[in-house]
Design a protein around this ligand. Structure first.
Ligand SMILES: Cc1ncc(COP(=O)(O)O)c(C=O)c1O
Length: 272
């Protein structure tokens, strides 16, 4: 299984439990690097590539249109299945959305497109969905039955009732407005909150900012001191399938209102 480097921790755990050999593919600030994907696919002969093209977890990165086309073309040429996981695409605060890889010609019959109600309704519902090529559908149904028989009927009924009533467009627009303010509060205060020389990105949506501490710093050590100040972030190292970057960290901006974010940033500053 090829994965972006870094990638979503629970997916890495899931692939490991299934006994997959997980191989990372080099990424830059725009996500997966097509040349690296092509070379790694040629060398490793993987079955599939798992990727999160919109506001990735943990990096917040979004794959540009030209790279989506390149990924679809490489997948077709190298005979790869694509697993396109998109929980965050709806949470775009600015700019235009990129289309899904699954909608591109060469990828259409080889992409499993996943999403979920977790980021737009409630994660506790545990309801998501997959759009899959016909050739895989029956096998997936059997695997789902083997895993848990079926998703809770009661929770599905609750979700259906919610979806029947909600103005989903307005709901998502409301989330985006609130999350944009929170992202801006985080970005506005980060320069004073992380050690001088730290770097970070500015995602146009999603839930996460990805940062890197300067040389000589370690995110795990900083977390221990941050917790003493009653503030937390997620160290980046566990998201790496290959060599971990001990200076990387993920900052989530969605849970707390701007004032609490500012207070948390002051405490983060106090921790170093
Ligand atoms: C990339 C990615 N996929 C899936 C999920 C989880 O989705 P669900 O709550 O539907 O399991 C998350 C949530 O953290 C995620 O970041």
């Amino acid at each position: 299984m090829l994965v972006e480097e870094p990638s979503y921790l629970a997916a890495l755990q899931c692939f490991a439990l299934a006994g997959a050999r997980v191989v990372p593919v080099a990424c830059d600030e725009d996500g997966i690097v097509p040349e690296a994907l092509d070379a790694t696919a040629a060398a490793e002969r993987p079955v599939a590539l798992y990727l999160i093209p919109n506001f990735q977890n943990p990096t917040g990165r979004t794959l540009p249109a030209a790279r989506r086309v390149a990924v679809a073309e490489i997948a077709a040429r190298r005979g790869l299945w694509l697993i396109e996981d998109d929980p965050y695409g709806a949470l775009r605060f600015e700019g235009d959305a990129e289309g899904p890889i699954a909608a591109l010609g060469p990828a259409a019959d080889r992409t499993l497109a996943l999403s979920t109600l977790s980021k737009i309704a409630a994660p506790g519902l545990r309801i998501g969905w997959v759009r899959t090529p016909a050739a895989l559908r029956r096998g997936l149904v059997v695997a789902k039955q083997a895993a848990d028989l079926h998703s809770s009927t009661i929770d599905q009924a609750a979700a259906a009732a919610w979806l029947a009533d909600v103005d989903l467009g307005a709901r998502i627009a409301g989330l985006c407005e609130v999350y944009r303010e929170r992202r801006d509060a985080l970005l506005g205060g980060l320069a004073g909150a992380l050690p001088p020389g730290s770097t970070w990105n500015r995602p146009a949506g999603g839930m996460f900012v990805w940062a890197r501490l300067p040389q000589g710093h370690d995110a795990q050590e900083l977390l221990a001191r941050a917790i003493e100040q009653r503030v937390a972030f997620v160290p980046g190292a566990p998201f790496f399938a290959g060599t971990p970057d001990s200076r990387a960290l993920r900052l989530s901006f969605t849970t707390h209102p701007p004032q609490e974010i500012r207070s948390g940033l002051e405490r983060l500053r106090a921790s170093w």
